[in-house]
Design a protein around this ligand. Structure first.
Ligand code: ZN
Length: 411
């Protein structure tokens, strides 16, 4: 059905050695401007403020997820039953699953009235994008790929493999983020894991011989969440951005002209169907306007942009450390008295679990647990089989509450 390249194209990769591309079609998608844009968006945004080598892009992760999908096709028993069309849907969904991410995604989603998942769908389905034009060479493919990423239920096996507890997205980003942050707990024997997986009746199962690898996969996820992804300093950095976005919104509402060129950004805030403006936005775009803010006539934008560029981040207090309540009261009163308090003071909380993470899009029972197949054919939930995973579930829910603030809230 699809033209294969005469010679397999390879991308050098520090995690896998080589990432191979066999189809011209996939290469065209990789070369599309929407996928190339991901080179200009860092995977971990503010995390680089703590782990200074975490500079890898969403492009490298997208290629990695595509590669993991290829490895699943080659190594997991039962995947050979997929037809070529289904294999293509799987590979494209893995490659494109993050295409809707904006720069510094977390802060960005706070300001837009949409999520990166919705933007992914819009980019894939909009006839104006190169990605859509390439996918449309195969009738129905844009809708099929968008449907898999949005979990519409038409291709349940592929949907599970693209996003669930054990999917090609997580398999790539855990190893990749561990590698680029230098964290040692994210190294997982993925090849071994794949070889112990098996598809039975359209469901992903894991043999008992793979349980140790699964345990180490979930343990590393647990550590990565709290040591890396939710690091308080990287959160402080994101809050600076959120605060700038808030200020931009407030000024625009009052019709105050922002003295920096942020037209595409404002277009997207006004209308998130404006894909053309959305594609314009990347880390360089945001870093560019923050640099302009350093000379802004607005004191808040000026202060926040200096803080952002010179790493003068918000201070923080962890409530679990039982800080002096008088100090907290004073701080809050100071924020309330200052006209700028809402930009310089935050009560922030994050919560997460390393396993069975609640996700409104993944509400099916099957997706919420990894299944183990015993040698006698019996199928059990992983947490029933593994005492380690069982205790991880009961102990890994964490809620962290912190106050972030500038000591001087005057200007
Ligand atoms: Zn991803």
């Amino acid at each position: 059905m699809l033209e294969k390249l005469n010679r397999t194209k390879v991308f050098r990769d520090p995690i896998y050695g080589y990432i191979e591309v066999e189809y011209q079609f996939i290469l065209d998608l990789i070369d599309s401007k929407e996928v190339q844009r991901l080179r200009r968006i860092r995977q971990l945004s503010g995390v680089a403020m703590v782990f200074h080598t975490a500079e890898h892009s969403r492009f490298t992760h997208s290629l990695g997820a595509y590669h993991m999908a290829n490895l699943v096709l080659r190594n997991v028993e039962g995947m050979e039953h997929l037809n070529e069309y289904e294999k293509i849907i799987f590979l494209c969904s893995a490659l494109l699953h993050d295409i809707g991410h904006g720069p510094y995604s977390h802060a960005f989603e706070m300001v837009l009235s949409t999520t990166h998942e919705d933007m992914t769908e819009k980019i894939i389905l909009s006839p104006t994008t190169e990605v859509n034009q390439i996918l449309s060479r195969i009738p129905g493919l844009p809708e099929a790929v968008a449907g898999v990423i949005a979990h519409r239920g038409k291709y349940p096996l592929i949907e599970t493999l693209v996003s669930s507890q054990l999917d090609v997205d997580r398999m790539d980003y855990l190893s990749r983020d561990a590698y680029f942050t230098g964290a040692t707990y994210g190294t997982i024997d993925m090849q071994r894991l794949l070889r112990t997986m098996k598809i039975v009746d359209g469901k992903v199962l894991c043999r008992t011989s793979g349980v140790h690898t699964l345990e180490s996969y979930l343990m590393s996820r647990y550590h990565m969440y709290f040591q890396v992804y939710y690091h308080p300093v990287s959160r402080a950095y994101e809050l600076l951005l959120e605060s700038m976005y808030e200020r931009i919104k407030d000024l625009t509402k009052k019709n105050v002209r922002i003295d920096a060129n942020i037209d595409s950004f404002l277009n997207v805030i006004k209308n998130n169907d404006d894909i053309e403006s959305y594609i314009e936005l990347d880390d360089a775009y945001v870093n560019g306007f923050i640099k302009q803010f350093m000379k802004s006539s607005d004191p808040v934008l000026r202060r926040l942009s200096h803080a952002f560029n010179h790493r003068k981040l918000f201070k923080y207090i962890d409530l679990a450390d039982k800080p002096d309540p008088k100090f907290l009261e004073k701080l809050k009163a100071k924020a309330e008295a200052s006209p700028y308090g809402k930009y310089y003071y935050f009560e922030n909380s994050v919560s997460a679990v390393a396993y069975l993470q609640p996700n409104k899009k993944l509400n099916s029972e099957d997706l919420l647990s990894i299944k183990v197949i015993l040698p006698n054919g019996e199928v059990k939930n992983l947490d029933e089989y593994s005492p380690i995973v069982h205790s991880l579930i009961s102990s890994s829910y964490k809620r962290v509450e912190r106050i972030y603030y500038f000591e001087d809230m005057n200007g």
